[in-house]
Design a protein around this ligand. Sequence first.
Ligand SMILES: *Cc1c(COP(=O)(O)O)cnc(C)c1O
Length: 391
Amino acid sequence: MNQYMEETNGGLVHTYNRFPVVLDHGEGVYLYDTDGKKYLDFAAGIAVSGLGYSNEEWKEALKEQIDHLVHTSNLYYNTTCGKAAGLLKKASRMDRVFFTNSGTEAIEGALKAARKYAWAKGTGRYEFIAMTNSFHGRSMGALSVTEHDAYRTPFEPLIPGVKFAVFNDLDSVKKLVTEKTCAIILEPIQGEGGINLATPEFMEGIRALCDAEGILMICDEIQCGMARTGAMFAWQKYGVKPDILAMAKAIGSGVPVGAFAMTEEVAEYSLKPGDHGTTYGGNPLVCASVAKTLEIYEREQMTEHVKEVGAYLTEKLDALVQESDRVLERRGTGLIQGIRLNGPVGDVIQEALKEGLLIISARSDVIRMVPPLVIKNRHIDEMIRILQKVL
Ligand SMILES: *Cc1c(COP(=O)(O)O)cnc(C)c1O
């Protein structure tokens, strides 16, 4: 442990498993530690830093906003919030947006919006159907729809009325539907759960089921959204529109912000003034970041770029599966991909760190790759070279 690590941990209870590195600054797709060592970043702070590090235009926008106004609370209107909401509506193709401070809170809001919709319509519906291997956050509500025993067990009982269906098994979902089912929640691409892509049939089947039974469809695109799949949001790639969409991570490029959005039809019956709120949510600073992020994504045609480099990453990872006995399969699409190894990935990740590559796991046997979206093919080559060496 070096001096900085001790300072970081000084007097604190350890609540995180951390890598033995203290990061100091970043430039493009590289991070530098306090000893000046350079790391190629394929983690992006867990799918957050889409623009990479130290983007001048983004930094300027935030500095300007700090000089102007940082916080007012939602007692008043603020101009950046309106601007960010407008751009996010356009990008997500949803009708109404509520800003939160994290992904977890976006999920809480989405669940509350669904319950309120059912209540206002007088349907008596309150149950949620979630999926195996899901991850939606760690608060009591979000944890209740997260299927991961280690995360759940110490905190039980969680909120009642949640059932789990098998991801990508439509029949298993149908079996759980009752006249009390309020909403079905899923990640179109499961991130924490091991980079599992929903099949088009599953997404379409859930939509049809929801339409037939009067159930709301909630998509959690906190990790897979914001151009990572080559579409601004993954639902657009599937052509299956949710009623409620949860977003966070990359929407603010690193400032803490999330959002949930809904269609006009849901909004009409759902949250009314006083039903839900947050002091910081949508404050001028984070909204300046969201607005600038979306502006840059659109101008730079980020989705097109991701399609190109994503195809290259696919090709290189497929080749790695062919050449290495340890790599069993490639998963995912665009710049949210993973490789499943024939055992735990911890050692590989630690060795990669020594070689100057930041990668993370998803469950125990999958290496997850969610790099900044601005990576180029040569960075993919560099990552593959290090992985080949480490494997
Ligand atoms: C990260 C994540 C969350 C939780 O977001 P936080 O900002 O950590 O609260 C929820 N759902 C998915 C799919 C995520 O990847």
